[in-house]
Design a protein around this ligand. Sequence first.
Ligand code: ARG
Length: 587
Amino acid sequence: MNLLQLVKQKVQDAFTKVGFPEAQTLVRLSDRPDISDYQSNGALPLAKTLRQPPREIAAKVASVLKEDPFFQAVTVDGPGFINLKISDNELGANAFRILSESHGGYERPDTPKKIVIDYGGPNIAKALHVGHLRPAVIGDSIKRLCRFVGDEVIGDVHLGDWGLPMGLLIAIIQERNPTLPFFDPNFKGEYPKEAPFTSKDLETLYPLASQRSKTDETFLNKAKECTRKLQEGDRGYRALWEHFIKISVSDIQKIYQELDVHFDLWWGESHVHDRLQQMIHRLQKDGTIISDNGAEIIPLGKSKNGNDLPPLIMVKSDGAVMYGATDLATIEERVDEFHPDYILYVVDARQGLHFEQVFSGAEKIGLAQKTHCEHLGFGTINGKDNKPFKTRDGGVMTLRMLIDLATQSARQKMESGEMGRDLSESEKDQISQIVGISALKFADLMNERMKNYIFDEDKLTGTEGKTGPYILYALVRMRSVLEKMGVSATIEENDLVTITHPTERQLLLRLYALPDSVQTAYDNRAPHVICDYLFKLAQDFNSFYHDCPIKTATPDIQKSRLALTKYALHIGLLMSDILGLKIPNKM
Ligand code: ARG
């Protein structure tokens, strides 16, 4: 039992003892840390059902709790809140049992869920850009969070590797290099193993082709023709397309690796092609899909807020299968392959309508009954003008540039002496990389998902305030305190904590609050809750470090303070791992 559960149990017993066994304890962390650690609001609803004054009920329960030496103070406040302050002794005595645990006292539910999480969403032949940071970082963190809670999670990158963009690329390459064997219908041999282009070539060719298709109809038609032939399985086109995938994916993986963001599956839209064809035939037959001006659509009913949803277009009048169609077939694939309880989509909030349509389509065809689909949207990263972030000359801000801005800013802070004063040049190079990326990730995760935020590299690499480096500093300090005192960070049974100062108490209580933060973050799919926790933990540790000398303390107190530091480090690392932050050895 963690501390919250222990308190709940005691309050429950007290309610039972005074004759209210059915009562809900409604115990939670206190809103008033100045007077209590936990509070129970259970007397309030009970008073309503029993038509008794809530303060009277609370007073009865409190009189039982007051007898228990576990509590240092029990008071009834306001309309009938029971405020509980735990004795210092008990706080210290439970530390080893609860805080050394591999999930920091978080008790995993007995029935873990199976979850497919769709995040990242990169597209073949397009460089990752600023819009790809959030789906990667938030998605990866929600995956880590669900795993922490005990769920079985499959992370799928869901590559954009199908459809017109691929046709556009093929068309422009064919126009420029018509003699390549990929385009020779009579070619029977093996296609070249080496791609006749680099990823840079693709990244320049794609925008050219896309631009051109907007004004040049012949070219557009050619691209559509290429798309159709690719999808129908043209041997040469498929071989060429495989080169697109190979070189793009290897580029994309490099950046995700740098961000320490990982996926279990590298499937893409193309993966459901055959399934989609069958699905379309089936739904045409049973009347779910109807023809509408040459397009094949699924009419949808009302949305959750009562508006009419536009129909889900499966196949356009020119024969192209649509984004919504591949998403629908992908739900079926995931249900068939993995039987997940949930499918989570970490995708830009601006795709909200798209997912509403897809999920509504899934309901129509009986898939939504087999799994829960949730769109976890997020806001945009804006520049200082509060408009979507661009380069200075208005161009696309690639993810590469964004990472470089953060790591270079961390490096500059080392030049100016704000951090890394004792590092060698090569350490500075290496550590600014770790710090810059953790800073970038933290700055992204700390915002409520749905809100937009303004990117400011100077601020996010700052060492003061709610930033990644502030958190890293605290964790690095915990490690170095132990190291300097020659103490291993491994927690041992005799790591007892004795409270001698309010900042020790405050820090210890923070450590016990991990389960609460994890649960709130999990229930709301909200990594920012973990960021809040870590920020407060860093603040509490810094106050403790400032107020409670270790080196000069008496041996008993010193040992207790070092133990507290170990617990803080353990809990801090668990939480920073949920965010996917890397901690440097020094900084
Ligand atoms: N590739 C898509 C885009 O760039 C994002 C994919 C999101 N996932 C999904 N299942 N639709 O917009």
